[in-house]
Design a protein around this ligand. Structure first.
Ligand code: HEC
Length: 180
């Protein structure tokens, strides 16, 4: 009686032993089943690689929100320029804007100015001619008398008209006030 230790196929670790095709028919059957298992594994690997490639290709196609670095750069430099104009025009002597570290009290606060401007043009008591928040800000800077903010009409330091600002400076200033 020959005792042979039967080692289950799955626990075998050395592939060389069952990869070579021996003469023993049982062993060759095992070899065949091993090779078909290998084929299956290979197929699975191909499928996996295929789906990974597909997902990668899709990710490349999907545009991200800030996919245009140029426009992002333009927006950031406009904002920075807006703050510069705000400081060099001394708006902060009369206005409070935490983002620009100013604390003036002779004019209304500028924090959240975009939302305030949008509400001003909807107000039935509004006397100017702007219909959008942006136009309201332009008007407030170029022609402050078009509308007097309630409570500030009799300010001891009325707002001067900033008519000498270049169009570029005015655009940046309004852009900053809308977004800060
Ligand atoms: C000498 C003080 C003074 C300076 C300097 C000044 N403002 Fe004013 N500003 C006022 C006063 C007072 C008001 C409110 C009366 C009015 O609406 O005209 C006002 C109103 C405004 C409003 C309307 C605010 C609202 O709540 O609707 C904006 C916008 C504004 N100023 C922007 C600016 C900008 C930008 C600068 C700098 C380029 C500036 N101001 C400089 C005094 C000033």
């Amino acid at each position: 009686m020959v005792y042979r230790k039967v080692v289950p196929l799955t626990t075998r670790t050395t592939p060389a032993r069952h990869l070579k095709c021996p003469n023993d028919p049982r062993a060759s059957a095992r070899w065949l089943s091993t090779s078909s298992r290998l084929k299956k594994r290979f197929l699975r690997l191909i499928l996996l690689l295929g789906s990974v490639t597909l997902i990668w290709a899709q990710a490349q196609d999907t545009p991200t929100q800030d996919s245009n670095p140029k426009s992002q750069y333009v927006e950031e430099s406009l904002l920075a320029h807006g703050f510069e104009v705000y400081k060099s025009s001394y708006c902060g002597i009369c206005h409070t804007l935490p983002a620009a570290q100013t604390a003036g009290i002779f004019g209304p606060p500028h924090a959240g100015m975009g939302v305030i401007a949008a509400a001003r043009v909807q107000d039935p008591n509004y006397t100017g001619s702007a219909t959008t928040a942006e136009a309201y800000l332009r008007e407030s800077i170029l022609d402050p008398e078009a509308y007097a903010v309630p409570g500030y009409a009799a300010s001891i330091h009325p707002m001067p008209a900033y008519t000498t600002l270049s169009d570029e400076d005015l655009t940046a200033l309004v852009y900053m006030l809308l977004r800060q």
